[in-house]
Design a protein around this ligand. Structure first.
Ligand SMILES: Nc1ncnc2c1ncn2[C@@H]1O[C@H](COP(=O)(O)OP(=O)(O)OP(=O)(O)O)[C@@H](O)[C@H]1O
Ligand SMILES: [Mg+2]
Length: 237
C-alpha cells in the first residue's frame, strides 16, 4: 500500500482551477519531486494534502485511509508535516521555540527531546543557533529551521515546498544532503516541490512535472533528467 495516493485531485480558488484532476503516488521510503514553473499549482497541491486549502474534488489516501476531509491538525497527527514556501518562521522567537511550535501535536516529553536531538544532528548549525532569534538567521539557516520544525511533528511523509528558494548554492548543497540523509537513514518519505528541477530530479526516486494544474510528465528522476521535453522546459538545455 502506498504511503500516499492522490486521485483526481482538484483545487479551486473561486473561478480559477489551480489543480486540475491530478493523480500521483508516493511509495513508502520514496522521495517524489513535483517540478513546474511559477503558478503551476505545486504549493496548492501541498496545501491541499495538508488540509490548508479545501479540495474541490478527488481523494487523498494516506496509507489507504481517506484524509481529504480531515482538518490540518488531524493530518499532522496522521503523519503529514509541511515545511512551507517562504519558511514562515516566527522571527521574534528563538530557533528553539520555533522548533517546539512544530511539536505541538507531540505529547511525550521524551519524544520531543528525541526529535530535537535528531534535528540538531541533521543540522548542527541549527543547534549552534538554538538560542538566537529566528529572524536574525541567514536565509539558508532559516530554511534548516523550517525543515526542522516540520520534523518536530515526527512525520511519516514530509512535504517540502521550495527548500532551495533564494538560498546560496553552498547551503543548497547542505540542505540537499540533509534531505537525502533523512530519506536514506530513516527511510522518511518525502514530497519535494522545487523550481530547481535539476536539484529535485537528482534527489528524487520518482517525479511529476506540473503545468497549469495538470501533470504533463512523470517518470523516475533520472529518466526525467534525460527527457528532452523536461530538459528544454525546466533545465534550460
Ligand atoms: N490564495 C489564493 N487565491 C487565489 N489564487 C491563488 C491563491 N494561491 C494561489 N493562487 C493561484 O493558483 C495558481 C497556482 O499557485 P501555486 O502557488 O500553487 O503555484 P506554484 O506552482 O507553487 O508556483 P511558485 O513556483 O511560484 O511557488 C496560480 O495561478 C496562483 O496565482
Ligand atoms: Mg509555490
Amino acid at each position: 500500500m502506498p504511503m500516499l495516493e492522490v486521485r483526481k485531485l482538484s483545487v479551486r480558488y473561486g473561478p480559477l482551477e489551480a489543480v486540475r484532476g491530478i493523480d500521483f503516488v508516493v511509495d513508502e521510503g520514496q522521495i517524489v519531486a513535483l517540478i513546474g514553473s511559477n503558478g503551476a499549482g505545486k504549493s496548492t497541491t501541498l496545501k491541499a494534502l495538508m488540509g490548508l486549502v479545501p479540495i474541490a474534488s478527488g481523494q487523498v489516501l494516506m496509507q489507504g485511509h481517506e484524509i481529504g476531509a480531515e482538518p490540518a491538525a488531524s493530518r499532522v497527527a496522521l503523519g503529514l508535516a509541511l515545511s512551507p514556501e517562504g519558511r514562515r518562521l516566527f522571527g521574534r522567537m528563538t530557533v528553539l521555540d520555533n522548533l517546539l511550535v512544530g511539536a505541538h501535536t507531540v505529547h511525550r516529553r521524551a519524544d520531543i527531546e528525541q526529535s530535537l536531538k535528531e534535528v540538531y544532528d541533521l543540522f548542527p548549525r541549527v543547534h549552534e543557533r538554538r538560542g538566537q532569534l529566528a529572524g536574525s538567521l541567514s536565509g539558508g539557516e532559516q530554511q534548516m529551521v523550517a525543515i526542522g520544525r516540520a520534523l518536530m511533528a515526527r512525520p511519516r511523509l514530509l512535504l517540502l515546498d521550495e527548500p532551495s528558494l533564494g538560498i546560496a548554492p553552498k547551503i543548497v548543497t547542505e540542505i540537499a544532503a540533509a534531505i537525502s540523509r533523512l530519506n536514506r537513514d530513516v527511510g522518511m518519505s518525502i514530497i519535494l516541490v522545487e523550481q530547481n528541477a535539476r536539484l529535485a530530479l537528482k534527489l528524487a526516486h520518482h517525479a511529476y512535472a506540473l503545468e497549469h494544474g495538470e501533470i504533463v510528465r512523470t517518470g523516475r528522476g533520472d529518466e526525467l533528467l534525460a527527457d528532452p521535453f523536461v530538459r528544454k522546459a525546466y533545465l534550460g538545455v
